[in-house]
Design a binder for this molecule. Structure first.
Ligand SMILES: [Zn+2]
Length: 416
């Protein structure tokens, strides 16, 4: 087997970085079905065709490249990642695993190595939640948790439905073929940047993910009384902003009290109304993002904050409404697939670390359908979702080599 092609990966990363909706700002913004996203799609499809793989897309725009195996009656091995970005994001998140999947199939094809199973590179539509507020959009359709009717309901900030954007871009056909069921896919492997500091700090080139934390999203509205900032005495206020501040600090304190790096609480999006310096805010609307590596403590975080809402309503006379928008379950990698990747690292004499993923990925969805494992490469200073995201080419190529060999071995197994 040849080693991963530096030029292919380098050029791919640089080229995808030119498909950017915000070229005048730092970093890269590439949301689903924007012009930038469509150009990235064209480019990735051209790479799949140039590699001599069978190209197809599904109705929601997940892109596939297939390398045929010897026994087409067997379920295929899938590998891939996403190619969209957050707003002003970096060059590597998702892109490394998408290009790494195509490169792995290319290497296997060029090597002439035999494999029983088909190997499929899958490039997922919209893993980031930036436009439609739902993470892992493409893979949610693959698990069947989202379907055609949902596309009419799901809208962006401008009120444009997913149905309208996908049909305007020529997608939306053959939706019944998107969802897969258990047994349709033999195994799924994803290469991704770590997006945290652990591998770099320990000087280890490869992470093997054993578990993926899952998010809960809660939207909250606090209604108080909009009043004059000068003539309303401090003891006569129902200040929604002060209630908000208490909630943020309660979330922080509770998540910290769990004392585990994979339990986190974040308030990242806030709207204050009327948002004027001399007016006591009448309403604060915001989102809560909770993450956890175990379902029960994560659910307890939710329960705790909802109890705190009751306490604050009584204490401050405000009205708090909330909606739990998502409550995903953490998932664990398949132990035998982790062993397989570990074996590849040992054979390549590459140090590795078994670790949890604090970020979620399409792998979290795929784990509902088939055995899953992930390969991580280091992120400089642990930075991600930021223009400062960086992983050296040496580290990326080592990751692709591990992915490629792991995929090939999986594709030659009759069973795990
Ligand atoms: Zn990602």
């Amino acid at each position: 087997m040849n080693k991963a092609d530096r030029r292919f990966m380098e050029e791919g990363i640089k080229t995808l970085h030119t498909f950017n909706s915000t070229p005048d700002q730092p970093g890269n913004t590439r949301y689903i079905f924007t012009d930038a996203d469509m150009k990235a799609r064209e480019y990735l499809k051209s790479l799949i065709e140039e590699a001599g793989l069978e190209l197809y897309e599904d109705g929601i725009g997940n892109i596939f490249g297939v390398l045929r195996g010897e026994d087409r009656s067997l379920a295929p091995v899938w590998t891939g990642s996403h190619f969209d970005t957050v707003i002003n994001g970096g060059m590597y998140d998702g892109v490394v695993g998408s290009l790494g999947a195509i490169e792995s199939l290319k290497l296997i094809k060029e090597s002439g190595e035999k494999h029983l199973r088909d190997i499929v590179a899958v490039l997922f539509t919209s893993e980031e939640s930036g436009r439609y507020g739902i993470g892992c959009l493409g893979s949610h359709f693959i698990t069947g948790e989202l379907g055609f009717e949902d596309t009419k309901r799901i809208k962006d900030d401008e009120g444009i439905s997913l149905y309208d954007t996908m049909t305007s871009r020529g997608y939306g056909k053959d939706f019944e073929k998107i969802a897969k069921k258990k047994g349709d896919i033999f195994a799924f492997l994803e290469l991704h940047i770590e997006q945290g500091p652990i591998l770099e700090k320990q000087g280890i080139p490869i992470g093997i993910v054993t578990g993926i934390t899952a998010p809960s999203y809660i939207s909250v509205s606090i209604k108080g009384e909009q009043r004059h900032a000068g003539s309303t005495p401090m003891n006569a206020r129902k200040d929604s902003m002060c209630a908000f501040a208490e909630i943020v600090l309660e979330l922080e304190a509770y998540a910290k009290s769990l004392g585990h790096p994979n339990f986190c609480a974040t308030v990242g999006k806030v709207n204050v109304s009327p948002n004027a310096s001399n007016v006591i805010p009448g309403e604060v609307r915001f989102t809560i993002d909770l993450r956890g590596i175990e379902a029960e403590p994560k659910d307890k975080m939710t329960e705790n904050i909802i109890k705190f809402f009751d306490y604050l309503e009584a204490k401050r006379g405000v009205k708090i409404e909330y909606h739990i928008d998502a409550n995903d379950k953490p998932m664990f990698s398949d132990e035998k697939l982790v062993d397989l990747v570990e074996g590849v690292c040992l054979d390549k004499k590459l140090p590795y670390l078994k670790m949890n993923s604090g970020a979620y990925h399409d792998s979290l969805m795929m784990a509902k359908l088939c055995p899953m494992a992930m390969v991580f490469v280091p992120s400089r200073d642990g930075i991600s979702h930021d223009p400062g995201e960086y992983t050296s080419m040496e580290e990326i190529l080592e990751g692709v080599d591990v992915l490629c060999e792991s995929v090939l071995r999986a594709a030659n197994l009759k069973k795990l």
